[in-house]
Design a protein around this ligand. Sequence first.
Ligand code: TRP
Ligand code: ZN
Length: 883
Amino acid sequence: MKDSTPRSIRLADYRPPPYLIDHVSLRFDLRETGTRVFSFMRLRRNPASEVTESLLLHGEGLDLQWLAIDSMRLGENEYRVDSEGLHLPAPPEQFELSSEVIIAPEANTALEGLYRSGGMFCTQCEAEGFRRITWFLDRPDVMTVFDVRIEADRERYPVLLSNGNPGATGELPDGRHFAEWHDPHPKPCYLFALVAGDLKHIEERFTTASGREVRLRIHVEPHNIDKCEHAMRSLVAAMRWDEEHYGREYDLDVFNIVAVDDFNMGAMENKGLNVFNSKYVLARPDTATDADFQGIEGVVAHEYFHNWTGNRITCRDWFQLSLKEGLTVYRDQEFSADMGSRPVKRIEDVRLLRTHQFAEDAGPMAHPVRPQSYIEINNFYTLTVYEKGAEVVRMQARLLGPKRFREAMDRYFERFDGQAVTTDDFVACMEAASGRDLGQFRHWYDYAGTPVLHIQDSYDARKRRYTLKIRQEVPDTPGQHDKPPFHIPFAIGLLDGEGRDIPLRYGEIDSDGGSLLLELREREEVFVFDDIEERPVPSLLRGFSAPVKIDYDWNEEQLLHLMAYDSDGFNRWDAGQTLLRQVILRMVAQRQEGASMSVPEALIGALRTALFDEQAEQALIAEVLTLPAIGYLGDFMAVVDVDGLHAAREHLKRTVAAALREDLLMRYEQLRETGEYRIEAAAIGRRRLKNTLLSWLASLENDDAVFQLLLDQYGAQHNMTDVMAALSLIADSGRPEREDILADFARRWATEPLVMDKWFSVQAMAVRPDTLAQVRALMDHPAFSLTNPNRVRALIGAFVNGNPVGFHAADGNGYAFLAEQVLALDPLNPQIAARLARALARWRRYDEQRQQHAQEALRRMISAGVSRDVYEIASRSLEEDAE
Ligand code: TRP
Ligand code: ZN
């Protein structure tokens, strides 16, 4: 903390490690205060390195007891320790380094390295946490075989876990015991893990395709043992799926998952010992919503899939982070699509990308999927690296087709198993398997910013010729100007007047079943289609075939036609979203001019048609009836008008709900929950639609019958999905019953922290004049704690990121509150503080008064002398070149 001007790390400066570490033995003497770590490791000079000067082993906050080379204790003048680590001036070509350090997990609130959560010890080493445990070459291209011995008090820590396969266990004097673990797979130290605690587990046996027996266990604190089943089911499904779709089997005798309450991110893929934020393990129908269940399925699969994409094949350096994260997100997205509804999953993923990644890509923190420099690597676990990275893999899968893509993946696993590699190595496999040149495609890894496709079309009735003119533009981003054109897979269809796909040919490319995959490469291109009988309605970027923005001048008629007929389910939904966006933005303009806001009849009609669509999946209808978020809509305004957008959205909802009240009520009744709660796609879709209808109805503020529905649905306590849907609408209302219901919920769930998080969030997101005061008051609630990241996200995060009207209040109080909380959090947990600080990154998008307040808040952070983490976010946000 409090470095004055932190240093940038650059991709261009990458050098191979000076030494390699072939083997390490660690012994942990776990104590409530003063844990001792003994390390014995074999190092040898790396033949691939030219560096010969002194060797730096990373280490932070280690209290060194003694140090020896080849069993000879070193005197104090034979090494040097500074803030970076341990410098050995002239080490031998090959040697054994042994050491003992004392560390203080009990005082570790940053949740990096070895720390305590509840009554247990656990670790988080990615990205650079291992250096807080012992001296090491803490970089992913140093892969080592680990042996671990853990010693602890038997009563308080009966369960002792680490990576790999279990070895000897036994008793020690003074009520202590030990367990040994051996991991045969060489791994970078960021995949090291250790857990010690009083845990209970559920167990399952899994036989791999080739007949290996694996023992699966999920470990939790005893009172949570009844909330693990769904995670286990997800794990088994993911293991089978990876065998079937990629031919990848698990490679150890045991696979352990541990749920911990204090965790900075979602979960961590440590070899053979995944450590999870308890939010992504624990679920019961009465405590978790459908979204929670789906989140668990996705994250369990994500971490499991890392075993091959991340662990067996890892990253050469942290600039290659998307090599494992983009690829693994792509894999978990496909898994979830197979487990549930494919079109709905695609819509959810695209919505996340458009609402949040596009914003990141257009702001001061914009960076390529493979960044070129960073100050703090923890700040680069971003939507760009994860979600855009997944789109970049998806585009390659699309360009190659399923068969060639699988061949390319097989080649990747074959060629690079056991190595630390680059995104270029990955793309080279795609090239080798397909014989295609992906040179221009690599721009997706190297340039930031969301490309925009400016599209014009024309139809010549005499020549029966339809022409599409496409100009691509890649916007400037900080430090990157005048970018070359990208290679963009662009799927299209043309609809005739009846809504049918017109069969298309373009050169060699045929439209199979209606869609044509064009490949854009030039700054400007013209595509001509002959023998087109009538002016078609274009369906552009089908399936969201590339992470780009489309600039095309749609008229209402075209969008209604697509909404009704497009054979591409994604584009049917997207046409509706575009129409809603146009209507809302027009309403905002009307409001700004002091005119009254108007909702077109045709829109209401189209929504009514969607409501009664018998063909469509219910979840898909719910997506059609979900309004684009304020954050997304703001991107289409020169100056974001949060209040205007909120007012327009509410007015639209109220108008539609009033017009369709009887229809909505009827459909709601039909969809009411009767039987047992089931967590499967159809049932989830049904609840999703029902609760979407409820939210439209709830916009009818003075409608007592509707409010009674909310109370009834809450009162029925059928399942947490329905309870939360009702509770959030009640919390958003000005009704007197609000306080009683909130109090009832808190009484029921006082001892379940993850459920209390929901309670914090609905209050933080309520659009009411007193919300900020409520949030401040809730920070004193006994269930709240600034040291727990889930609590911070649930209350402060929900207000800052989930309540645009409250956070962007014109008086600047939301921004001042953020600065205050960032400064309070920074000394405790800089990663979490920095994530929160991002909420101010796009301050330039707002009016002048808000800009002033935001700048003040950012300057206040910097002048307080913050961590590298917060410094990087705040200083980049203020840079001139930023937006
Ligand atoms: N590798 C983890 C994942 O995506 C990410 C992660 C977990 C992480 N914990 C972290 C990244 C702490 C940085 C810091 O699955
Ligand atoms: Zn990951």
